[in-house]
Design a protein around this ligand. Structure first.
Ligand SMILES: [Zn+2]
Length: 148
């Protein structure tokens, strides 16, 4: 941490630096990597006191927080896709007609057709919209695709 004298006042500068280091060198490649990062003094103190309370090393606490946040972001992204799919139900014919194209795909999970709301089971052929109104992704079953 760099301290600077600025008119007699000590000023802390916080800069985040992320370095990546391999653990174990070249021989016997290990999966774990070491991340070094500068954090504000207040965050450091908070992490240390939380780790003490939980009786775990600070590095374990930080790793758990990173893993949890990564999982949370993935869940948020999955949730957004589900919300987008839900919002796409009950679209009108005009929206379906204005789509630029339909990309054939295999459903990776049960979906609902944006036109007829029938379930498109996992593994079934379905069609995803490309260039649909408002940037929504519409999904239609094979039957509706031939009717559009
Ligand atoms: Zn349909």
């Amino acid at each position: 941490m760099t301290h600077r004298t600025n008119g007699g006042k000590m000023k802390k500068r916080h800069r985040t630096v992320v370095k990546e280091q391999k653990v174990g060198g070249n021989s016997g490649e290990r999966k774990d990597r070491v991340l070094q990062t500068r954090v504000p003094g207040s965050l450091y103190s908070d992490l240390v006191s939380r780790a003490r309370r939980l009786r775990v090393p600070v590095s374990n606490l930080v790793r758990n927080i990173l893993e949890d946040s990564t999982r949370m972001v993935e869940n948020i992204l999955e949730g957004s896709m589900e919300i987008a799919e839900t919002l796409s139900h009950g679209v009108n014919e005009k929206d379906l007609q204005s789509v630029l194209g339909w990309q054939p795909m295999i459903a990776n999970r049960d979906l609902a057709c944006s036109r007829c709301s029938e379930t498109i089971p996992k593994g079934a052929e379905t069609f995803a919209s490309v260039g649909s109104p408002d940037g929504r992704t519409l999904v239609v079953c094979a039957g509706c695709k031939s009717a559009i």
